[in-house]
Structures are given as C-alpha cells and as structure tokens.
Design a protein around this ligand. Structure first.
Ligand SMILES: [Zn+2]
Ligand SMILES: [Zn+2]
Length: 372
C-alpha cells in the first residue's frame, strides 16, 4: 500500500511524495487520515522560521480512522478498546522519558529537552508517516492517542489539538489560587481574551465553559469579533474604534468596579499585545501568555509595575498529553453550544495544500484544513 504524503522541502515548497505504508508491529496502528488543520506553526515552518530536518511531513492537528491495528486488544491512552474504522486523534508531542526533566518534572512534559513532535519530523526518519497531511499516518508505541467519540462529527477531531492549547491556557489561570478570595480564576469572574483567531476563540469558549462570568474579546476584525460572541464572549472590544492604548481603559470600564479583569489571556502573538496584556488586569490579577509560540520580538517591561500591581504571569506552552481528554470532553459537552464546525472554513484536498497554507497565512481562514 502506498501513501500520498505531503512534504515541506528545504526551499519551502510543498510537494507530494509516495511513501510505502509499512505493516504495523503489534503495538502500532495505521490511520487513514480524514483531515489535518493548518496551524500558525505550520505557516511559520513554511515561511522558513524553523530549524528542522527537511523534508518535513507537516500536520499535527488531525484525525484519522483506524485502517490497520497491529494486534487486537490495543487500547488508546485512556484504555478504551479500539477497532478498525474508529476515529483517533494523536497527541503530537512525545517526551523522551529519559532526561532530567522527564524524571523530575513529569507534570510538565513540555520541559523535556529531547521531544519528538509529529508534524515536525523528517520524511527520512522511518517510518516517514509522522504527519497528518498524508493519506496514511503510522502511530507508534510512545505516542499518546485518543479514540474520538462517534457521537461527534469526525471533522471536529482536528480541533482537539488547538482546543488542548486553549483549555490549558485557561487552566494556567486556575491553580494554585483561592478563587473565593479572587486568587486565580473563579466562577463568575472576568476574563479578557486578546485575539479572536482560532486559539483566542477556543480560549473564549474554554473560559465560558469553566464558569467565567464575563469574557471580553479583543480584536480588530468585526467578523472575528462576531465569531467570538458565538464562542461565548459577553463583551467585544473593536480595536479600530480606539486610538493607541485607549482600548485598555475601555476594557477596564466594562469590568465590575471599573478596575480591570481578573485574568487576561494573550492569544495574538505580537509583542505589543503582551505589553498591553500586562496593563489590562486589575491589581493582583493574572496574565497568561499563550500567543507567542514563535518569537516575534521583545517588549519593554517595567519590573516595578509588576511588583506594585502584584501580577501573576504564566507562560502556557501546549499542554500535557492528557489535555486531549479534557478537550474531547469539552467538545462533547459543548458541541451544541459553540459553532466549532464554522472554524473549518477553508477545506481542500492534498493537491491544493499550498492554497490552504496561503489562506491560513493571510487570515482568510480560521483553520484551513487539508483532506487527504
Ligand atoms: Zn497547532
Ligand atoms: Zn525528556
């Protein structure tokens, strides 16, 4: 059996290659990929902003149907039994299990300094099929993966990864606070989400799902703000209506007491937005930075301001692997509440992958998807 598999070459072009699909070993399985999202990080990779072993097989936000099980009796990472045809989502990051961090900080698997990540690995590394933009994907023993419930539209399986990023960012604002004295995020409290791209929208939904009383979405596109409202935002702040940083005052006016929100989550990914994030919350509030997976520069910070305003600042990188279970559970509970399928608004086949990368790069799509 051959797989038509997309690769990103050293010179930045997207090409289809034919890869022989190996027979799975006892603890392996082959997935027939349904769809794979084009993430901002795929765009960065495409625009040469990552140092990787090219050619890379892209795609880390995907869902596939089981084509072949190595042996009967394999279960997913939640010990659910599997059979041929089941939909499966795969956690892209794989920690090494052997370094100092894996031994001593197991609650933060992203601290591992020797991780493999599906969607960022070389075609030349056997068995080559480790990205979602491919007809077939080979799942090997060290990867975490979850059966995707048949009660949900299969396409939403491609949102489990970004929803894991979003739910983790919200959870960063939860511990180790005492919500009843407004340490951390509690029921009924106020959250600002900067940026209404896919991560910002899913973050607004996650904040709503954990019981935030007010979710204020900030963006400069009216279509994205309207979408934020559909994803749970109670208040919208359109940046184009304000000069410079005046919008910060406008946000604060929206919050109880006019002091600013309890929590700000930065999902824009521009240094200026992080600088603003530090100025938006009330004193003693929380800032979560999730937008800057890639460095796009620096911003001036006045350390004295952080002290005097007693801010809690958290960096949120991806998620631990069992965050996939959190995201799937949230999808099950909220599939009728938030218009998740509307995020998948640019769908193409493998042969038109470049168009999907372009649509994602220029903001035309929330999440362009490639359907092998
Ligand atoms: Zn991603
Ligand atoms: Zn490690």
């Amino acid at each position: 059996m051959e797989s038509s598999t997309l690769v990103l070459t050293e010179d930045g072009s997207l090409e289809l290659r034919s890869v022989t699909v190996p027979e799975p070993a006892a603890d392996e399985l082959i997935l027939d990929i349904e769809l794979s999202g084009v993430c901002g990080s795929d765009v960065h990779m495409w625009q040469h902003e990552m140092d990787l072993d090219y050619p890379v097989v892209p795609g880390h936000e995907f869902v596939g149907l089981i084509e072949k099980l190595g042996t009967a009796g394999i279960t997913d990472s939640a010990r659910q039994p599997l059979s041929n045809g089941d939909a499966v989502t795969v956690v892209p990051g794989i920690s090494c299990g052997e370094c100092w961090y894996c031994e001593n900080v197991p609650t933060r698997p992203l601290t591992c300094n020797d991780r493999d990540v599906h969607g960022f690995r070389s075609l030349d590394e056997p068995p080559s099929l480790h990205g979602g933009m491919s007809e077939y994907f080979m799942l090997q023993d060290r990867a975490w993966f979850y059966r995707f419930p048949e009660t949900l539209p299969t396409a939403l399986g491609a949102l489990v990864e970004p929803l894991s990023v979003a739910t983790h960012a919200v959870e960063r604002a939860l511990p180790p606070g005492l919500p009843h004295v407004r340490e951390g995020l509690g029921l009924g409290q106020s959250v600002v989400v900067q940026g209404a791209g896919p991560i910002g929208l899913l973050t607004a939904a996650a904040a709503t799902a954990v019981g935030a009383g007010q979710v204020i979405a900030v963006d400069l596109r009216t279509d994205r703000l309207a979408m934020a409202e559909a994803f749970g935002a109670t208040d919208l702040v359109d940046l184009t209506e304000y000069e410079g940083d005046e919008f910060i005052h406008a946000i604060q006016e929206l919050t109880p007491g006019g002091v600013g929100p309890d929590v700000v989550i930065e999902a824009v990914g521009r240094p200026a937005a992080f600088g603003q994030a530090l100025r938006i919350p009330r004193n003693g509030g929380t800032v979560v930075e999730v937008g800057h997976y890639f460095s796009s520069g620096t911003v001036d910070v006045d350390p004295s301001d952080l002290i005097h305003r007693q801010l809690d600042i958290y960096g949120s990188l991806a998620y631990p692997p069992n965050q996939f279970a959190t995201a799937i559970s949230m999808l099950e509970r909220t599939v009728d509440r938030f218009p998740y399928e509307d995020l998948l608004n640019y769908q193409v086949g493998l042969d038109r992958a470049t168009e999907a990368f372009e649509a994602q790069a220029n903001g035309e799509s929330y999440r362009a998807t490639i359907h092998p």
